[in-house]
Design a protein. Sequence first.
Length: 212
Amino acid sequence: MEKAEASEEHEQKQPDETTHHQASVAGLTQDEFYELRGVIAEFHTYGVGLGQCSSLLAQRVQAPSNVVWSVVRRFDKPQAYKHFIKSCAVKEGFANAVGDTRDVNVISGLPAETSTERLDVVDDERRVMGFSIIGGEHRLRNYRSVTTVHELGGEGRIWTVVLESYVVDVPEGNTEDDTRLFADTVVRLNLQKLASVAESMVRDGEGMSQVM
């Protein structure tokens, strides 16, 4: 009887797989969603355990994907488009390669001071970057994130869609909805600034070397 109960409890604690790829994503048209659904299933699917939450956000950018990716891929310069980062330091020998880490200082006013983050994936060909938070003074425990950059087109136009997803523990004393609302707000603001930065680069001609 005890074994049966233990087995049942174990089954109940198995992580649930996210279903971001099964329903439309806010910020995407239906055509964009169907075109990117395979990518979402491959890179933006997580096993979410008890006491965790996950989300996927999208941002359309009126700039070539090369320009957008040139900003996203710089693991050593997150402050280029992330609102709440005051400074970022990397160790000597940093190569923007998997396993590299960065130490981030967060601006005052947030429930965080510092964050140590590890680069988990960087794929220049497929334009995929992911990182995990592995230390620091903050409340986002076991935070993992993946960002992918996609160039789309239609009716004679070309634009870029950026997808960013995450999974994170729900802090003690917070609800899943509260945690998702906070994290979504930060990610959304960062993506909006990314769009602004990339579009400004194109207008100012700074992105031409990335397009060529």
